[in-house]
Design a protein around this ligand. Sequence first.
Ligand SMILES: Cc1ncc(COP(=O)(O)O)c(C=O)c1O
Length: 389
Amino acid sequence: MFDPTNINLDILKKRAFNLRWATVPEGVIPLTAADPDFPSAPEIAEAIIRFTKDRYLSYGPPAGLPEFKESVARFFQEKRQVPANPAWLFPVDSAAFGIYLICKTFLKPGDEAIIFDPVDFLFRYSTETVGARAVTFPIPAGPMPVDFDRLESLVTTNTKMICLCNPLNPTGKVFTREELLKFGEIAVKNNLIILSDEIWSDIIYTPNVFTSIASLNEEIRNQTITVTGYSKSYGLAGLRIGAVMASNAAHYDLLFQASLHQSTIHGANVLSQVAALTALNECDDYLKGFVSHLQQMRDLTVAAFNDTPGFQCYLPEGCYVAFANITGTGKSSAEIRDILFNEGKVAIVPGLKEWFGDGAEGHIRLSFATSREILEEGLYRIKNTMGLI
Ligand SMILES: Cc1ncc(COP(=O)(O)O)c(C=O)c1O
């Protein structure tokens, strides 16, 4: 499944947008947005075809198909040890919308939300779009301990939310149970909503172990809204499907009301819900094979980066991105992006504030969710180009 014969570049060049194959000139390898080059599992296509064949594409329930809600709840109960209630979760048309929705529901103008730095741009974007202030909490790449004293010093009377990204895109950090307990204790003490983005939680490399913060205890769970999605584990980004899960009826009601799903102005497509519930119920082997392939690609990427002049990279514990420190080159991340693109014919994501926050400068991010052959060629071009400048 995860060998090069399974990658159809002709199709990707027509369909893979968001900085990828369909957006780069012929000959450039785009190791940019975190979206796999592999096709999704056949079970998903079959389920969509079965559903579509009946030709009834009626309105679905505003709070989601019962099978979807039950599948997501079962996933959290069995795989994440969270006592999830299907009545307190609903599908959203992407994890991105889920993050925004949680911010819209629990933040008002003038409020503050703590976000990690570096972290995916969606957290700052969503916080600021609803008129709140994003306060950054540095968690640099590498083995340094999380500075919880600094975190506590950032909490003010205006702080209403702390946004967890676990595993952390772009550094690949997987938070330990102990670290999550500390985050939870600080949130409970200060009555902060915990936004826990767990979209990357299936992509974990041994011996690391993923823990959902909502699994820790009831007090912490009651502050937590979990958001997840199916773009990363199952290659369903174009279907725009995710889920938002509360831990009590009061939080659920606020989220659902803010979602506008009841009015049909917003809502998750039924075919996308069918795809996601099929992924959860029938695609364990696909996911296992994918993660096992990714662990090899991770090792290969980090070894190649550490062998590239001026680059240094830690092993990501989760996610399929590698975040290399490029300060040894004496160039900025935007300069490295341009050099690699123009001279090496490889596209990567530079560590610019607009993508990952101020703490990302001096780094580049590369997605390794592709075949060994494509990745090796990309890494060879990077090493070669950096060796020449
Ligand atoms: C941490 C994180 N959250 C959310 C998303 C968005 O996922 P979706 O495709 O479901 O909107 C991404 C995508 O890169 C991500 O890295």
